[in-house]
Write a protein that binds this ligand. Structure first.
Ligand SMILES: [Zn+2]
Length: 102
């Protein structure tokens, strides 16, 4: 299922409306802390998991600068600190919903 509308419903929270009428709200902090890219989550290469280096926190880390749909399966998110390698699949976004974490 793909979202029909993606917006910032209120400051600091991303809102996705789905084709079935349901809605997923994701706090931006949760979104960023779960960035799926290799430099945030580490990489598993030849059965060894390489943890990412601890990065200093830059201003704008939790500021959403923009987002762009990738194909029809995911959303690429642009952050205020210049980070933009995170590509969130729709399933991933649904799993980050505030209600799913409660
Ligand atoms: Zn990342």
């Amino acid at each position: 299922m793909t979202p029909t509308k993606i917006s910032l419903s209120k400051p600091g929270e991303l809102s996705l409306k789905w084709a079935d009428g349901s809605e997923t709200m994701i706090p931006l902090k949760t979104l960023r802390d779960n960035c799926p890219c290799a430099s945030c989550q580490g990489e598993t290469v030849l059965l060894r998991t390489y943890k990412p280096m601890e990065q200093p926190e830059l201003p704008g880390k939790y500021v959403l600068k923009g987002a762009q749909q990738v194909g029809n399966y995911a959303l690429q998110v642009y952050w205020g600190d210049g980070h933009q390698t995170g590509i969130y699949t729709w399933d991933k976004l649904r799993s980050l919903s505030a209600s799913a974490l409660e």
